[in-house]
Design a protein around this ligand. Structure first.
Ligand code: 6R9
Length: 633
């Protein structure tokens, strides 16, 4: 635990070292892990390619650093504590020893079904310990996991299976989520009708739903592990071998597969976890994310388990069966670090303080926020009523592509400022640039957020399409990684993230490409054209507003709007369903035929009195009609 920074001067010292001697700095952190062979060189990089390699020729297996390494000293300590959807169902605690046995056993089960190093495995599962076991078992045998959030539709799932040419799918019969019982296996079956690479499907029994098992393809989890040994040698992985692919939305096209590799991701997820949350051995840590998102990867599974922490996994939702469920769980397990999203805070804030009253929350030492900018009101509510005014609130800015937290306070060590992510972690060199890519070095500036030097957790490529990686992240500003976010550096030098500057919207902390939603809407046979924008939403942060040109024949406006919502639900999943649909006679276009989204955003935000110059439009007359028909709350 020697890499835990504990004082402000310690932070400044480490930060300076990380900038002046990055290789020395990261080598020292890398040394705290077990390597099967030490690296020859710490870093090689070129942001033009891009081509970034960390810990070159180092050999390791991340699960040895999670499991084997922890067996002797803390084998009996809880690794995963699982809280089921129903409060009266008994939870599960897995010690490091038990987790080791289960991961090895499932590794052997996957091998027996023909999966090996380099094969891609899709994980489409509920929040049960087996989801983490599945991820770790893939890592143990060198298979590349790609977790798909179990709320995505069959066609989203099929796209991901096809893009990475997955050989296996790990899933469940169904999911419990709040009062709902969700079909999972049926979605997988439908998806696999449009794919050709999957040979086997392993099905974990969770709900006991009556499902179809396809002979020769589908096998129950409990049958697959039957008779398998609880020891499994860890595959030797190169530091730059792929660990996982995680699909995320961008401003164009279909979601892309962000690739993370074994060595750098291991070092970065551990280091950032330890320092941001100031984890101390014996602490109980809980992150409420789903393992389908990067937050679940780095801060439910990999980071905490690499640090030997106890990580809580919760199957359900914040408001089921009551709006105090989160706080009940905090007290039940005596959670010390609690990490959630602003959207959850705002949703709970709306229930008032009563749901908090029965709980002491005294165990909490650190509270955290992730996924979207946290507004000041939610920040104060969280800080005052959950943290009781004496827990540091870490507002952690990062992305699927960064692998781990990049800008955040280190709890209790570096200063907290409401609604500001704050200072960069050691090893992270953020810059704010103007539209021409000039670095704005002073304080009190605002612009686009880039990073000018690699850190170990940076994405290496987008799966199967390196050019797309280059175009998306490394071409806007030469020699820099472009985040897609806007940021401001205040007079004290603290960074405040302002949100996306591209056509990505952030709905309840979930990234959504406007183009992706438009493509789904356009699948409806009556739709001629559509444009989607985000607008401020009280709970979700941003809501989805769709402007649609339709052929109305044979439909009422209401029925068509519902059909459009259902189409998006079917093609992407419920999280992408537009909150508001407006049927319009036309879309405002420039003379070159581009949709003027600026105008649509203003109307959706209720600011149609601030449209600016519309005279250059090809069809200024549609603006009036759009304003008139705007959907209000
Ligand atoms: C970890 C995660 C990334 C986008 C990112 C930004 C937004 C995340 C934030 C934040 C302000 C924070 N974002 N954390 N904005 N403050 N603390 O969420 O990854 O799903 O890839 O989303 O989320 O806009 O660019 P991901």
């Amino acid at each position: 635990m020697s890499h835990k920074i504990q004082t402000l001067s310690g932070y400044i010292h480490e930060y300076q070292k990380s900038v002046l001697q990055p290789e020395v700095f990261w080598a020292q952190i890398g040394e705290s892990f077990h390597w099967k062979k030490r690296w020859d060189k710490v870093l090689e990089w070129d942001f033009e390619g891009p081509d970034v390699k960390w810990f070159l020729n180092g050999k390791l297996n991340i699960t040895e650093n999670i499991l084997d390494r922890h067996l002797f000293i803390m084998g009996d300590r809880p690794a995963i504590v699982w809280e089921p959807n129903e409060p009266d169902e008994e939870g599960v605690t897995l010690t490091y020893k038990e987790l080791y046995a289960k991961v090895c056993q499932f590794s052997n089960a996957m091998k027996a079904q023909g999966v090996g190093k380099g094969d891609r495995v899709i994980i489409y599962m509920p929040m049960v310990p087996e989801a983490a076991i599945a991820m770790l078992a893939c890592a143990r045998i060198g298979a590349v996991h790609s977790v798909v959030f179990a709320g995505f539709s069959s066609s989203s799932l099929a796209d991901r299976v096809n893009d990475c040419e997955a050989k296996m799918v790990l899933t469940s019969d169904g999911n419990f989520r709040g009062a709902k019982k969700i079909d999972v296996k049926g979605v997988v079956d439908e998806a696999l009708e449009n794919t050709s690479t999957v040979e086997k499907v392993i099905v974990y029994q969770r709900t006991g739903a009556d499902i179809a098992m396809k002979a020769g393809r589908d096998i129950w989890w409990h049958d697959a592990i039957q008779g398998q040994s609880e020891e499994c040698p860890a595959e030797v992985m190169d530091a730059e071998d792929m660990l996982f692919i995680l699909y995320t939305s961008g401003s164009t096209g279909k979601p892309k597969g962000v690739v993370h590799t074994c060595g750098g991701y291991m070092v970065y997820s551990y280091y950032s976890f330890l320092n941001v949350f100031q984890y101390t051995p014996g602490d109980v840590y809980w992150c409420t994310a789903d393992v389908g998102w990067i937050t679940g990867h780095s801060y439910i599974v990999y980071g905490p388990l690499l640090a030997g922490a106890t990580t809580v996994m919760f199957e359900g939702v914040p408001t089921y069966p009551h709006a105090g469920r989160f706080w009940e769980i905090v007290d039940k397990y005596q959670v010390n670090q609690f990490y959630t999203a602003p959207t959850a805070i705002r949703a709970l804030q709306a229930h008032g303080l009563e749901p908090l009253e029965p709980y002491s929350l005294d165990s909490l030492k650190v509270i955290g926020s992730v996924g979207e900018p946290i507004n000041e009101e939610a920040w104060h509510w969280y800080h005052d009523h959950v943290g009781k005014g004496n827990c540091p609130l870490v507002d952690t800015w990062w992305q699927t592509e960064t692998g781990g937290i990049m800008i955040s306070a280190l709890a209790g060590v570096t200063p907290n400022k409401p609604a500001h992510a704050g200072l960069p972690l050691p090893g992270v060199q953020p810059v704010i640039v103007d539209a021409d890519g000039n670095e704005l070095k002073s304080n009190n500036v605002q612009g686009n957020l880039c990073v000018k030097f690699p850190w170990p957790g940076i994405l290496r490529t987008t799966y199967g399409d390196h050019e797309r990686c280059k175009q998306t992240y490394f071409s806007t500003y030469k020699g820099m990684y472009f985040t897609g976010d806007g940021a401001k550096r205040d007079h004290d030098g603290y960074l405040r993230i302002l949100g996306r500057v591209d056509d990505v919207i952030n709905v309840s902390g979930h990234r959504m490409g406007t183009a992706e939603v438009e493509n789904a809407i356009n699948e409806h046979p009556k739709v001629v054209e559509s444009a989607v924008v985000g607008y401020p939403h009280e709970v979700k942060g941003q809501g989805i507003y769709a402007y649609v040109i339709c052929d109305m024949e044979g439909r009422t406006e209401e029925s068509l709007k519902n059909e459009i919502r259902q189409t998006v639900n079917k093609i992407i999943g419920p999280i992408a369903k537009p909150d508001k649909v407006q049927i319009v006679p036309g879309l405002p276009k420039t003379r070159s035929g581009k949709i003027m989204r600026r105008i649509l955003r203003k109307v959706a935000s209720g600011e149609s009195d601030q449209l600016g110059d519309t005279s250059t439009l090809l069809n200024p007359e549609v603006v009036e009609a759009i304003i008139e028909g705007a959907v209000k709350d």
